[in-house]
Design a binder for this molecule. Structure first.
Ligand SMILES: [Zn+2]
Ligand SMILES: [Zn+2]
Length: 779
């Protein structure tokens, strides 16, 4: 629904993308940096006639907006929803997913109107952010249909809330408001819930990890409340392309769901280059070779493209990084012609609307040719139709990557995108294995709806909404009974003949903090003003908000002055240090129980529960942008224990011996395999490298064998290690590939060194890790 104004291209001759890539790669010294060039051909649209059931007013409104005929995937998804089938539409960026739910929902409202104009069928639209809901609102109002549309979020006034409750037919909200307001106050929304025909869950790939588990519990509460008033709404979900969309939808709603995945929208040709920076002359930890920083490489490419008059947008992770890239590119250009200096600028979050408009205008006029931006760009600047996009590192998911690349190209115009790898295993694997990036998606939106740390508070909230009965336990899944029993024993719920009741005086919904993953979150407070800047999960605060940490929040850089674990407060100040930090931790692990296992010959792969004791012991300071380690400082933080889920694999001693793996090499081999596998799991489980941890040992007391664990860093687990178990063969094969293909000789940050290793990346054995993984995968 977000329409972006294209950059005016009319009177500029443009170099062909092919010749442009040739010139970029022909620069002396750049041999071998372009690892792959993919040409994604232009695709024509596949249209379909308007379905008969669409209300004529809806069709007329959309036609007025320039949609003469919908695309095939829109019709397929919309018609399924109209029939009452739950459906997920998982197609690319800008493929008009909104139409899939707007057609049936708006039609149902208009057809459901009473003869005196009483409220028709209602729709609840749920988005992960307020900004997206505002976008949807603007698009719906622009249709000028006689449908009562409104938002219901933290910014809504009392009058708006009353109006939404009394008259709203299409209400746009978010999971937080559902959890804290709509569901606990359902009695006042009885008429709205009673007429509820559609629930839309937009951008549903946001609901992953612990947050995903919370939202899945909220969706079950919503289904239950709707049923109280006789409604059984159809769920329509929308998501960017991910693996197993139907499964993700089912986990979120608990309902069987049809997936529509064939994208019938058109796009121009895209030429995507994958780029690997070279090794530098300085060395890293243990003498390892270190690659040039992605942002330094992007600064060079940005300057080259601007010199060719190619309008280019570069995405950089931090604001400081974006500013450094813009400055470096300007200086490179000024060496050629001082007049070119002003052709490049930095863009960050927090600009006023008029400042943004000025940047957009300058790009359109050609006063500005290159822009280095953080992803805060997604929050409001209005540009598309550029010639090229540069990415300093993989942005975490393919959906995010295509969103950023989508800023280039328009209609039949060719677009250039270059993904420059950071010096880590995931990026290195992607630029050397284009199939993993461009073939069938392997990344799944994962979470664990049965995590009791998450589910139990929602059982309390559900009981407060309406007493729980036996049938409800099925709705909330296999761990609900144990949860209800434990809550009853703890005196939070009370068992009566008609079910389980919430009798506590507190608001039950306050027990679950859906944006945090267990324990009270740590508040980040600006020391000089007392302002709350944000929060971090208790579980990750030791690693990211310890005293001395450089913390990047929405592209802004902060320095943590102190962390008070009793008060759950970290005091931070804005700062521009010339380094970044990464915490190191040591870990011990104990097996609690198994859930599933698989035998691979003599080796065994297990998914189960573990107790992890870990301690953040120090942090490294690395120079920006080079990444060179300049200091290590020790920290005095307490050990913490965590019960969570884990995947682990074991290889018995006789198999190791038979394969000729020397006992002395085993600790380094297992350690290296562990590091690299942690680096690659995000490719399969859409998590962050910091959401998971690992332990490796040549002999673990619980298994009596060489064992490598990779565990979820959140209490009760977040589903990441389970996904590792399910995709183990692809995941560990990719791990082996990454290690063996890396051009270093003894190991480096691109393969087996980890920035969070508590053992100074020692011992690590690169060739031993390959032999060990060969043995495991051969079984
Ligand atoms: Zn390496
Ligand atoms: Zn380590």
């Amino acid at each position: 629904m977000r329409d972006t104004a294209p950059v005016d291209q009319t009177d500029r001759p443009r170099p062909s993308v092919g010749s442009l890539v040739e010139r970029l790669t022909a620069v002396p010294g750049r041999e071998g940096r372009l690892t792959h060039l993919e040409v994604l051909p232009a695709r024509d649209a596949v249209k379909a006639p308007w379905p008969d059931w669409v209300h004529p007013d809806v069709r007329a409104a959309l036609t007025r907006r320039g949609i003469s005929e919908p695309w095939l995937h829109q019709v397929e998804a919309a018609s399924a929803a109209h029939r009452g089938e739950h459906v997920i539409v998982a197609t690319g960026t800008a493929s008009g997913k909104s139409l899939a739910f707007q057609l049936p929902a708006l039609t149902a409202t208009l057809r459901g109107r009473g003869s005196k104009g009483q409220r028709g069928a209602t729709t609840l639209y749920v988005s992960p952010t307020k900004a997206l809901a505002q976008d949807q609102l603007a698009g719906l109002l622009d249709l000028r249909l006689d449908v009562r549309v409104t938002t219901h979020d933290g910014d809504s006034s009392l009058e708006q809330r009353d109006w939404a409750r009394e008259h709203g037919e299409y209400v746009l909200t978010n999971p937080d408001m559902l959890h804290h307001s709509l569901l606990p106050g359902h009695a006042r929304w009885a008429q709205f819930f009673g007429a509820l025909e559609y629930v839309v869950i937009d951008e549903c790939h946001h609901y992953r990890g612990v947050f995903g588990a919370h939202v899945s519990a909220i969706m079950r509460r919503l289904r239950r409340v709707a049923a109280l008033y006789g409604a059984s709404p159809t769920f329509v979900l929308a998501s960017a392309t991910v693996a197993e969309p139907a499964l993700a939808a089912e986990r979120l709603t608990g309902l069987p769901t049809l997936a529509v995945t064939d994208d019938a929208s058109p796009h121009g040709q895209v030429v995507l280059g994958l780029w690997e920076p070279p090794f530098t002359s300085f060395t890293g930890e243990n003498g390892a070779p270190v690659r040039r920083a992605a942002s330094s490489e992007v600064a060079d490419l940005l300057a080259d493209l601007v010199l060719e008059d190619v309008r280019t947008l570069a995405f950089i992770r931090s604001r400081r990084g974006a500013e450094a890239v813009a400055l470096t590119a300007s200086e490179l250009l000024a060496e050629i012609d001082p007049a070119l200096r002003g052709q490049v600028a930095a863009y960050r979050g927090g600009y006023l609307p008029e400042e943004r408009r000025a940047i957009e205008e300058a790009l359109r006029r050609g006063d500005l040719t290159g822009l280095a931006a953080t992803n805060a760009l997604e929050l409001g600047i209005d540009i598309s139709g550029l010639d090229a996009v540069l990415l300093a590192g993989f942005p975490g998911t393919r959906a995010a990557m295509w969103q950023q690349l989508g800023r280039a190209g328009r209609g039949s115009q060719d677009a250039l995108g270059i993904l420059v790898a950071r010096d880590d295993p995931l990026d290195t694997y992607l630029v050397t294995h284009p199939d993993a990036l461009l073939g069938q998606p392997v990344e799944a939106s994962v979470f664990d709806p049965s995590n009791r740390h998450v589910l139990d508070p929602h059982l309390c909230a559900a009981a407060a909404e309406h007493p729980l009965d036996e049938a409800d336990l099925d709705l909330f899944g296999p761990t609900a009974r144990a949860g209800v029993d434990a809550l009853t024993a703890a005196g939070l719920l009370r068992r009566r003949p008609r079910g389980w009741f919430w009798t506590d005086r507190r608001r039950a919904s306050d027990l679950a903090d859906i944006r945090s993953s267990g324990g009270a979150p740590v508040q980040l407070i600006e020391g000089s003003t007392g302002r709350v800047i944000g929060t971090v999960d208790a579980s990750s605060s030791h690693g990211t908000a310890h005293a001395g940490a450089v913390y990047v929040h929405m592209g802004e850089t902060w320095l943590v002055e102190s962390l008070d674990l009793d008060e759950h407060v970290a005091v931070i100040e804005r700062a521009e240090p010339n380094y970044s930090t990464s915490a190191r931790e040591v870990t011990e692990i104990r097996i609690v129980g198994e859930r599933e296992h698989a035998l691979w010959g003599d080796s065994r792969l297990t998914y189960g529960e573990v107790d992890v004791a870990h301690q953040v012991v120090s942090f490294l300071k690395r120079r920006v942008p080079s990444g060179e380690v300049i200091a290590e400082e020790h920290l005095d933080l307490p050990q913490r224990t965590l019960r969570t889920s884990s995947v682990w694999w074991t290889v018995p001693a006789h198999a190791l011996e038979a394969a000729g793996l020397a006992a002395a090499d085993l600790p380094g081999s297992a350690h290296a395999a562990e590091h690299c596998s942690i680096g690659l799991l995000p490719l399969f489980a859409t998590c962050d490298r910091w959401d998971i941890g690992g332990v490796s040992t040549a002999l673990h007391p619980d298994t009596g064998q060489l064992t490598v664990f990779v565990y979820d860093g959140h209490p009760g687990g977040a589903g990441f290690s389970e996904r590792g178990f399910r995709a183990a063969r692809e995941w560990l094969t990719a791990t082996r590939e990454t290690i063996s293909a890396c051009q270093c000789s003894e190991g480096c940050p691109s393969c087996i060194q980890s920035p969070k290793c508590g053992n100074q990346n020692n011992p690590l054995d690169k060739s031993g890790a390959v032999a060990l993984l060969d043995l495991l995968l051969g079984g």
